[in-house]
Write a protein that binds this ligand. Sequence first.
Ligand code: ZN
Length: 222
Amino acid sequence: MFILGLKNSPMIWFSWSVSEAGYEARDGTLLARSPPKVRAVVCLKDDFAEKICLDFIALDGSSESITNFANQYGLLRNHSLQSEPLVLWVEEIKAMRDVLLASNEGRFAEALEKYTIGYARQRGAKAGFAPNVTNSEFEFRCVALDLASWFWLQIGQNLRSRQVGRCRECGSLFFKGGGKGTRRTQSRKTKQFCTPGCKVLYNNRISVGKKKHLDQTHHAIV
Ligand SMILES: [Zn+2]
């Protein structure tokens, strides 16, 4: 019998390419101020990759938030290009958020359908065996062809094994469970807040309400 476990998850690689002079938004277009340079070709650790995905989904769609994000991670599509429409960002953010929302609300078939449509729109990935530099063994790599494809691959990997939660304080979407050791206990399946900070805010609000009035406490919980 052949069993696919987490250890056999595809190793999602990407060649991170960013303009050193940064990006600017002009007339609905995101422009690189200098030709993008390859920063690193890496397979990011799961929790790090997850954070970048969730940060992307949380962008408010303003040209400022998109420009700031691009300054760190580069353009969404083919990174040899030096510009792309901002509307592409707005559409991909919405499409990915819709997938996680559907999953969070228990509409799993719809989440998978939306995911399939979203990934079909991407350039995708190239897969094959490559030598591992540290132990000179062969390893299987799935190399995303652009940043948008990388996002969709990472989200697919997370959706496969994890539930999507929604923060009770700020409404942000996050993945429940996953991680190892201490991280696992911080990120258990019953998790209700995106960060410890939101949990503190929520609980503080509740206790302030309790001190004030019973009725107000009720409102704080609702
Ligand atoms: Zn939150």
